[in-house]
Write a protein that binds this ligand. Structure first.
Ligand code: F6P
Length: 545
């Protein structure tokens, strides 16, 4: 395994020198020079065509980036992850979300035990349960059919199923409603249950640990809401199921572990929606569609595991992102799906990327001080973003690499909408790359004092992922696995642990300390800093006024 700081590696230094040489190259010149650039700098894997030609790089850049991946022993990292090595070393856990979508006959061992039969047993149990809910065979306490499903969870236990439900809504059971409650702000719960009949409502309490404050608060509120109407403790068994790794806490809450869907500590929260955490999604789209999605994940897993570096889509996406992040000093990465069904994709990818790679301690426990790790991920679906923040991407002072994701076929073919949508997607990458020179603006007869304002310097890098089909469960699986493995590639080269999340702990601990100080009737203890003390005092004063 590679050792030492990446910045000390010859391969890193070579990239630094190379960056100094080509940083000012303009995409206009690169395209003018290389007639085949648009086709040469592209890759295909499964249903995805990946065009990375509109990036500020040359063949030499790619050679050097690939050499960096080799130096980092990325191949070994990939093998270590897939074979169940405990690469989440701070939590001493394997990282095996890939086992969640492995075929039935695969053998993947954790501590000597093949985990695949257990994975499929849970998928089968989910399928059976989902079929019973969908068909009406599973009835509520009063005998009514379940019409509403509410997933209660947060972070990885919310964003994945919520995103995927929205993404696959076209395939969902329209006679039912699906809601996702995550925020401890009671508004989230209150609005979700507006107008719903408790006798027709099923809660799925999703929490890996089953100790998360927000989820437990919402689950207790849901319990009271259901019992207020159904007036019988026995109703819990028909209206509450749990998804967790923690059977003890699940039964403490009052959910029969018969109604618990299990997953395992080797599945990270943000990598978990293809586990039992996806139960709401299985009910929404049905087991067959869910399995198609798993197959899409698996197909991308196999591509990532077996394709050589130069043909490997997640590796290439990761290396290009690293190029801007570490050598151009880009702070952010925008992800722009041109598909309304993917309206929650970027929020999902924020957690995936930022909770995974927002780290500043390397594998040896050293602080990372001289290179950058995970980017700030942001974005919204096109074309909406075009009328909001694209201005800054085009003409602001910042370098913002963007991933555009477009689909060749419409999910809802209405008139000319799809061509309008995709024309915008393609036009944006063209405008960002090539801009508009002052000469071009003048040639349009623009008054001289306006020329500088109407000039676009261009040279803004973009990737385009053009999907060969419409958005299907299989394709969603491919896209999510692509980004999972992109995040892995980068984290491995940065020598960080992409699979722990200690950074969220401190806030949780301090919140627990402040809760009684807000609830108590006694004068506040004021044991914090002067700012927090004052805010506690004022909150209590205004609240009680
Ligand atoms: O925000 C921290 C975190 O631990 C995430 O990693 C996780 O997805 C989320 O909380 C929810 O955790 P749990 O599923 O255990 O409730």
């Amino acid at each position: 395994m590679s050792v030492g700081k990446p910045t000390d590696w010859g391969e890193w230094k070579a990239l630094e020198r190379h960056h100094a040489e080509i940083a000012d190259l303009h995409l206009r010149d690169l395209f003018a020079r290389e007639a085949d650039r648009g086709t040469r700098l592209s890759l295909e894997a499964l249903d995805l065509y990946f065009d990375f030609s509109k990036n500020r790089l040359t063949d030499e850049t790619l050679r050097l980036l690939r050499a960096l991946a080799v130096k980092a022993d990325l191949k070994r990292g990939i093998d270590a992850m897939f074979s169940g090595e405990k690469i989440n070393f701070t939590e001493k856990r394997a990282v095996l979300h890939t086992a969640l979508r492995a075929p039935r006959d695969a053998v993947i061992r954790v501590d000597g035990e093949n985990v695949v039969p257990g994975v499929h047993a849970v998928i089968d149990k989910m399928a059976d349960f989902a079929n019973r809910v969908r068909s009406g065979a599973w009835k509520g306490h009063t005998g009514k059919r379940i019409k509403n499903v509410i997933n209660i969870g947060i972070g990885g236990s919310d964003l994945g199923p919520a995103m995927a439900y929205e993404a696959l809504r076209k395939f969902s059971e329209r006679s039912m409603t699906f809601h996702f409650v995550s925020n401890v702000d009671a508004t989230d719960f209150a609005e979700a249950v507006q107008g719903l009949d408790p006798a027709e409502t099923l809660f799925i309490v999703s929490s890996k640990t089953f100790t998360t404050l927000e989820t437990l608060a919402n689950a207790h509120t849901a319990r009271s809401w259901a019992l207020d109407a159904l007036k019988d403790e026995k109703a819990i068994a028909k209206h509450f199921v749990a998804v967790s790794t923690n059977a003890k806490e699940v039964s403490k809450f009052g959910i029969d572990t018969e109604n618990m869907f299990e997953f395992w500590d080797w599945v990270g929260g943000r990598y978990s929606y293809d586990s039992a955490i996806g139960l709401s999604l299985v009910i929404a789209v049905g087991p067959d569609r869910f399995r198609e999605m798993l197959a899409g994940f698996h197909a991308m897993d196999e591509h990532f595991r077996t394709a050589p570096i130069e043909k490997n889509l997640p590796v290439t996406l990761g290396l290009i992102g690293l190029w801007y992040n570490d050598f151009f000093g880009a702070q952010t990465q925008s992800i722009l799906p041109y598909n309304q069904y993917l309206w929650r994709l970027t929020a999902y990818l924020q957690q995936l990327d930022m909770e995974s790679n927002g780290k500043s301690t390397d594998r040896d426990g050293n602080p990372i001080t001289d290179y950058q790790t995970g980017p700030i991920v942001w974005g919204q679906p096109g074309t909406n973003g075009q009328h909001a923040y694209y201005q800054l991407i085009h003409q602001g002072t910042k370098l913002i690499p963007c991933d555009f994701i477009g689909f060749s076929k419409a999910s809802n073919a209405l008139g000319e909408h799809h061509e309008l949508l995709m024309a915008n997607c393609l036009a944006q990458t063209e405008a960002l790359a090539f801009g508009k020179t002052a000469e071009q603006v003048r040639a349009e007869g623009v008054a001289e004092d306006e020329v500088p304002h109407r000039t676009f310097r261009g040279n803004h890098p973009t990737n385009t992922i053009l999907v060969k089909n419409e958005l299907t469960p299989h394709i969603l699986g491919q896209i999510i696995a692509l980004y999972e493995h992109k995040v892995f590639t980068q984290g491995w080269i940065w020598r960080i642990n992409s699979f722990d999340q200690w950074g969220v702990e401190l806030g949780k601990v301090l919140a627990k300390r402040i809760i009684p100080e807000l609830q108590s009737k006694e004068p506040p203890k004021l044991a914090h800093d002067s700012s927090t003390n004052r805010l506690i005092e004022l909150f209590r004063k205004y609240r009680d006024a």
